[in-house]
Design a protein around this ligand. Sequence first.
Ligand code: BGC
Length: 488
Amino acid sequence: MPATQLLLLKDDLIEQIKLGLEGSKSQLMMLPSYVDILPNGHESGDYYAIDIGGTNVRVMHVCLGQEEGSIESCTVKEWPIPVKCFDTNTNALFEWTVDCFGELLEGQSHPIVIGFCFSFALQQTALNDGKLLMWTKNFRGNGLVGEDVVAVLVETFRKRGFDVSIPAVINDTVATLMAMKYQNQSAFAGLILGTGTNCAYIEKTSRLKNRLPEHYDTVRHPEMAVNTEWGAFYSEEHFPMCQEDIWVDCASANPGWGHFEKMVSGLYVGEVARRILLRLGHEGGLFDRQMERILSKQDCIEASLMSLVETESDLSTINTALRKALGCQMNQHQVNVVKAVFGLVSRRSARLLAVGIAAVVAQREHAEEGRDVVIAVDGSMFAKYSGFKEKVCKALEELCGVENAQRIKLQLVKEGSVLGATTVVAAAVSSGAPNSGVETLSEDSEANGIEQLTIPQRHGNSMEDGAEDLITHRTITMSEDAEQWRKY
Ligand code: BGC
């Protein structure tokens, strides 16, 4: 992907951001978060947070200190989400979350104030409500879609005998941004690159007018975090898609949605690489039968394995990792090919991520020349993939020029999701407006842009075997269903 293509993609993304902000039809939902009282570091007190992400559920109990930006104590607990919860057609996810969290709450005085970080697209009319627009990542089904997740979670707690109050529900990108903002006021955006990917940034509310109710007080609240939901970005002309991307999409839990996410994030890069390797195997006789059988298993390659193989030079260390992850070994030639494929896939991911960052940074109106732009980042793929950040920075230089790129500071935030949720609750509570904006906002769905959102349709879960048929089918139905399928 040459620099010229990156620049064209950046322009395409900027256009989608603009359309989304003004409330026109856009691939990006550009969701107002109603986080318009931003943490200033002076918040203090005892808070809880729950973070329901793509792979784990985390809870935090934090004591924000009296000194600016200080944390006196903090306990975090994490549980991997069990398989049964990925089927959303039951309330298993929330019930299981309450079971986990409930253990920590026994003996606490009630009501317990919780900040809720929910890593999915929510249509909000206030800080303390959020209708689920769609599930992504590994979640299947339509359970809870269209429902207020705060009300459902509070009710689930109530049924288990816990009296909780949830003054804020926020996306993980908004939470990461706010966690950084608590400590560093110049934080501008929050970015996640883990199982999924997304970005939120601080926007002027005057630019969000069509997305907010008419009577929203943009003078009192001049800024608000906006959740871009950039995973849905797609550019028909400039996306560097290959056949394997289409297969990965077809076999995913949400076919037809999220091409950017599926080319960039940790849940999918291993799958793209695996399918390329299989093709090379078939075409070039690279692997024997047994090896091909091993590589035929969906999701067998994780981003952590890619990272190790790509950067490690010692063959026996690589083989130890391959044995552990896949139960196989490779000769030097095979390893060289695998390294090259992993390198290509991760480089593409990093370069696309840089496109996203550059497009978001371009939203800073009247940016003061020469000042750093701090972007808070969380997510295992960004934090743990060796050399990934360097690749992103290199692409940012191509996109923004060396000097400007050096001013973009990508700073990792540990436990950003839970910490951010607590700081948002703390900021709302200490400002005396726990439901920040609630009193001024109506349930006016039109003003809130609900009708502007194009919620991707689900097209059945196609598994690998049916994928080819589906692709053909998509081509045939292109004109009837152009909106959804023009990307193919
Ligand atoms: C979701 C976003 C979330 C991102 C990172 C995406 O699949 O749509 O809301 O922020 O994953 O967790």
